[in-house]
Design a protein around this ligand. Structure first.
Ligand code: ADP
Ligand code: MG
Length: 585
């Protein structure tokens, strides 16, 4: 064994641990769900690796999770014989924060001085392994990776440092040993060495886990005195204590059970297991396909966006199973990128267990599943929009920016996406509007949907381009997300109404509709006369501004400002130019 080495946690990890150690988070019970969830993942990974790598020498005949209670020592041990971790894994995964985005976390931690904010943080960052410090003074992790000969022991009180050492004799897999804090029900700390408590928690949080969760339980048995028979009732039966090992969970795959048989709470806990999240799902979608391609899907729309929704290395969404056997997490082929926030499971009946990412990308069945799931998610969001406005608002606030990426990338579902989208508008400073509502408010004679893009609402509202629209009371959509720049130019129309940037080309607000032919002619003549009268000025401006403008013309769109810059109908907007410049193109 190597000497015990003491190391410091990263600054962010330390702060996070501090939150956990002093947590006022009332649901401290969740630590067990997190440990069982990690153990289950480790068993999934080992089974898959043993299947793919025939040279790996491991025994996978009895993969399981064991919970051991020691009432006297007040310890609780969660053990699995799964994939295990190498020393480097332990340092990387447990010693530092497992996720990317530490900068983000640092910022949020700085803001989260009060407890309510910290509870929120827990929800957003999905504090997994560290949740043990809510209930334990000291946590020891003993692990050996499958295929390696030496193990690693890690130990910490959650206060700034941890120790790590290499040990020769660790069993393969991982044990987490908790030295429990004193029971204090006022502080939501229960007796986690009690059989009934553990039983209750496993049932509540982890019943669907596909691996057996075993625990030794004591039973008192009546023992009939020897030689007794029915006619002799003088001898009293004695009692003895026997210890038996019980499997605490039913191991039933949730997606295989019919919807009315599963409680909301069970769905929530399953959602938390697959998403590594702590929030509630906003919606649960269960789906079953029979026939040529048989599959079942259980999908969730979260109620809270993960902090890494817009980061490259974010954790993934859909787990792929083949006939109840876990194949991979984050199966990108099953959901388009813009729906990456959807979590859940797809269990396909006819795929090979050997299926690889390369095969998946080519697979017709996978493509068909993806098409159907995409449509289902969009129609579900549409239902939420029409029947649960508050939930829709939450959903849009959390995931709208991601959904709008689909307007650019998913031509097939463009109309459905436009219908479920909402935008800021000059109609109401407080509320977003859908396009259908915009159209219903269009002025008579208005044939186009007007929008402006910009960085802030204020900048857009103060734009000189807005003046004539404000003066005439015509509603303009205010598109302020960078992603708006990307899609809006590629979408010609909604409901037969062209989408028109008010900052580009000539926007003709002196609408000809309702005018007689004579009146139109008259207006044109007036315009020609005006242009002629100012021809010297516009020509002089064009030459003076030379390289900076293409042409100068008179406009009826301004009411207060003397002049404004407009782009060509088909040119990039200034924001788009900025985006391209920023990306070095
Ligand atoms: P998450 O599960 O969301 O990744 P955790 O904090 O729960 O975050 O765990 C961090 C990482 O540590 C896991 O992703 C996994 O790689 C590793 N890990 C945790 N527990 C185990 C275990 N029992 N067996 C193997 N690896 C584990
Ligand atoms: Mg975890």
């Amino acid at each position: 064994s190597t000497p015990v080495e003491e190391r410091e946690f990263q600054a962010e990890t330390r702060q996070l641990l501090d939150l956990m150690v002093h947590s006022v988070y009332s649901n401290k019970d969740s630590f067990l769900r997190e440990l069982v969830s990690n153990a289950s993942d480790a068993l999934d990974k080992l089974r898959l690796q043993a299947f793919q790598d025939k040279d790996l020498e491991v025994d996978t005949s009895d993969l399981h999770i064991t919970i051991e209670r020691d009432t006297e020592a007040r310890t609780l041990t969660i053990r699995d014989n799964g994939i295990g971790m190498s020393r480097d894994d332990v340092v990387g995964l447990i010693g530092t924060l497992a996720r990317s985005g530490t900068a983000e976390l640092r910022k949020k931690l700085a803001d989260a001085q009060d407890s309510a904010a910290s509870v929120d943080l827990i929800g957003q960052f999905g504090i997994g392994f560290y949740s043990t410090f809510m209930v334990a003074d000291t946590v020891t992790l003993l692990t050996r990776k499958a295929g390696e000969s030496e193990g690693t022991r890690w130990r910490s009180t959650g206060e700034g440092t941890y120790t790590i050492e290499t040990v020769p004799d660790a069993p393969q897999g991982t044990s987490v040993i908790l030295e429990l804090k004193p029971t204090d029900t006022d502080d939501h700390l229960y007796d986690y060495t009690s059989e009934s408590k553990i039983r209750e928690l496993v049932k509540r949080y982890s019943d669907f886990i596909a691996w057996p969760i075993r625990m030794d339980v004591e039973r008192t048995e009546k023992v009939e005195p020897e030689g007794s028979d029915d006619t002799d009732d003088t001898a009293e039966p004695t009692e003895r204590t026997v210890v038996t090992t019980e499997t605490l969970n039913s191991m039933k795959a949730l997606w295989a059970r019919s919807k009315d048989e599963v409680t909301d709470e069970e769905y929530t806990e399953f959602y938390r297991h697959v998403s590594h999240g702590w929030d509630e799902p906003l919606e649960t979608i269960s789906l079953k396909a029979e026939g040529t391609f048989e599959y079942q899907a259980l999908l969730f729309i979260p109620s809270q966006a993960p902090f890494d929704l817009f980061m490259r290395e974010r954790a993934g969404g859909i787990h792929l199973y083949v006939k109840r056997v876990f194949i991979m997490d984050d199966c990108e082929e099953l959901m388009p990128e813009y729906l990456r926030f959807v979590k859940g499971v797809v269990d396909a009946a006819d795929l090979s267990l050997n299926v690889s990412r390369e095969i998946l990308q080519q697979d017709r069945q996978i493509r068909a599943i993806r098409r159907r799931l995409t449509k289902k998610v969009l129609s579900t969001i549409s239902d939420i929009k029409s029947s649960r406005p508050d939930d829709y608002d939450t959903l849009w606030a959390e995931f709208g920016r991601a959904l709008k990426e689909g307007l650019l990338s998913d031509q097939d579902n463009r109309d459905a996406l436009l219908k479920i989208s909402s935008f800021a508008s000059t109609n109401d400073p407080e509320k977003l509007t859908g396009l259908e509502d915009y159209v219903s408010r269009m002025k008579s004679g208005q044939s186009e949907i007007y929008y402006i893009t910009g960085e802030t609402r204020q900048a857009m509202e103060n734009s000189p381009h807005m003046e004539a629209f404000r003066a005439k009371g015509i509603e303009v959509l205010l598109l302020g997300d960078p992603v708006d720049e990307m899609w809006v130019g590629s979408i010609p129309e909604f409901d037969g109404k062209p989408l028109r940037s008010i900052a580009k080309g000539e926007v003709d607000l002196d609408d000809d509709a309702g005018k007689s032919e004579d009146e139109k002619k008259e207006a044109e003549a007036e315009k020609a006369e005006r242009d002629k009268a100012f021809a010297d000025l516009t020509a002089w401006l064009t030459t003076t501004l030379d390289e900076n403008v293409k042409e100068t013309r008179l406009s009826t769109r301004l009411t207060d400002s003397p002049a404004c810059l407009v782009g060509d109908t088909f040119s990039f907007s200034p924001q788009m130019e900025k985006l391209y410049r920023a990306s070095g193109q």
